[in-house]
Design a protein around this ligand. Structure first.
Ligand SMILES: Cc1cc2nc3c(=O)[nH]c(=O)nc-3n(C[C@H](O)[C@H](O)[C@H](O)COP(=O)(O)OP(=O)(O)OC[C@H]3O[C@@H](n4cnc5c(N)ncnc54)[C@H](O)[C@@H]3O)c2cc1C
Length: 455
């Protein structure tokens, strides 16, 4: 990269917002995926829309790739600056720009952290529901919009995309655009907001986000059930959906996940497949929903799972990934985040179990199953070429099975680099149209190039 370019870039921001230091480049080289990092040439911490616009314009003029970064918690390599270039870090842009509690709306800069936002909103009895499970304490709102993040409460409240009312974006030429407004119902124009949400930084840099909020529920009740096998637990979830039961969260944890949690935290959990549920509403609703869930679970052989004094289901759920990693230190996680119609959940869980048995692979199955979202995490030794190849092959087959069931290769974490090879399997010839759309936003292909699909 031209030294002259880096000089011009450095001149656009104060000195403490620009770095070419090795340790900063190493951090910016990776996300939370297990994919190898690629070091950028420089990191710039933007502080305003105007700075973002000037930085992107300079990159456009010099054809330098820009990878936008929030907290870097993406799990599929979306945040790795594949084509070197620069990393544009927005984690210092944390201001609340407008707040309308009576309208249940807020406008924020993209770098604000999810849990910090909710801590502020709690005072007014409000919250932003999507709740990415294990990363809410670090994930930024810009990152959540860009990956359309979802979480334990999305079965009742929806994912991030459903909450975005307006965005301010900077396109690949440096142009600033405002999309949407604070009206909660609109019927004019193409829905460009939905195009940006989930686009993993490939169409624009999001510089401001206006979202809807929800009222904190009057009451909450959490309850856990144990099941004789994984498929019965999955059937219970699909029965609850068929019955129209209003669950705020329903998490599935397979037998192997429960084993792993006991090993990590000594919770003393019964090592059977389990469902953790939460209901929201007034006491009478909590009671009746709890009764209905109990009778559905019991009909399928389930019974109440009692947790040790003071242990809450969501604390246990929070440690799932750590527990899986702890099981075989030094091994690498091979992951997926498939989603499919809820009625196919028992079939999908059975398929994962068959694959694990057939290939003698340690597989951990869990997820926000109320939305038909499932993770089948495997542990494999990267140094053992055959074991590694087999884990990738099984992962590939599981993802293909989800598509066969009319599902998606990614319901949660995005495509990044991890699932790029299967993108066309799901989206077919519409990928050609996506390429044309990208060109409109980013004519020189400088925004997070090489992600989702190749141009
Ligand atoms: C332990 C753990 C648990 C997780 N659990 C969940 C979960 O339950 N649900 C879920 O959905 N995800 C989950 N994730 C994945 C991840 O936390 C989410 O995708 C999160 O939304 C990413 O936010 P971030 O700020 O870290 O984004 P980053 O990783 O920094 O970026 C993600 C993508 O968005 C782009 N981007 C970031 N900010 C902007 C911006 N302002 N403008 C344009 N593009 C931008 C990046 O270029 C990249 O492509 C989990 C991750 C971990 C490590």
């Amino acid at each position: 990269m031209l030294i002259g370019f880096l000089k011009k870039l450095a001149a656009l921001v104060p000195a403490d917002q620009f770095s070419t230091q090795r340790d900063q480049l190493v951090v910016a080289a990776q996300d939370e995926s297990t994919l190898p990092g690629v070091r950028p040439q420089a990191v710039v911490w933007a502080a305003s829309t105007d700075q973002i616009s000037r930085i992107v314009r300079l990159c456009y003029e010099n054809k330098v790739p820009v990878t936008t970064r929030g907290a870097g918690t993406a799990l599929e390599g979306s945040t790795i600056p594949l084509a070197k270039g620069i990393v544009l870090d927005l984690s210092r842009m944390t201001d609340i720009q407008g707040y309308w509690p009576d309208d249940l709306q807020i406008q924020v800069m993209p770098g604000i952290i999810y849990d910090n936002l909710n801590d502020r909103l709690k005072r007014d009895g409000l919250f932003f529901p999507p709740s990415p499970g294990g990363s809410g304490d670090v994930a930024t709102i810009g990152g959540m919009v860009s990956t359309n993040a979802s979480g334990i409460y999305s079965v009742r409240y929806g994912g991030t995309r459903e909450y975005v009312l307006a965005l301010e974006i900077v396109t690949g030429t440096g142009e600033v655009l405002k999309l949407g407004n604070r009206a909660v119902k609109r019927s004019s124009g193409y829905n460009l907001i939905d195009l940006i949400a989930g686009s993993e930084g490939t169409l624009s840099v999001i510089s401001s986000v206006t979202i809807r909020l929800a009222g904190l529920p009057e009451g909450r009740r959490q309850v856990a059930f144990r099941f004789p096998d994984e498929v019965s637990a999955a059937k219970a979830v699909s029965e609850m959906a068929r019955y129209g039961l209003d669950v705020a969260a329903v998490e599935f944890l397979g037998r192997k996940v429960m084993e792993a949690l006991n090993l990590l935290k000594d919770y003393g959990l019964e090592e059977t497949p389990a469902l953790f549920l939460e209901f929201h509403g007034p006491e009478a609703v909590l009671q009746s929903n709890g009764d209905v869930a109990t009778s559905i679970c019991e009909e399928l052989g389930g019974s109440r799972l009692e947790l040790a004094e003071g242990i809450r289901p969501w604390e246990i759920r929070h440690y799932v990934t750590d527990a899986i990693k702890y099981r075989r230190p030094g091994y690498t996680i091979v992951r997926n985040d498939i989603a499919f119609p809820i009625s196919r959940l028992p079939e999908m869980v059975a398929y994962c179990n068959e694959m694990a048995d057939e290939h003698h692979i340690m597989m951990h199955v869990f997820g926000h199953v109320g939305m038909g979202l499932l993770h089948a995490l495997m542990l494999a030794n990267r140094e053992d070429t055959e074991e590694w190849r087999q884990a990738l092959e099984v992962n590939d087959q599981i993802i293909r099975k989800a598509v066969e069931l009319d599902g998606t290769i990614s319901g949660e974490h995005g495509i990044g680099l991890g699932h790029k090879n299967l993108f066309e399997l799901e989206h077919g010839t519409s990928v050609a149209l996506m390429r044309k759309i990208k060109k409109q936003f980013d004519p020189r292909n400088i925004l997070n190039p090489g992600k989702i699909f190749d141009m």
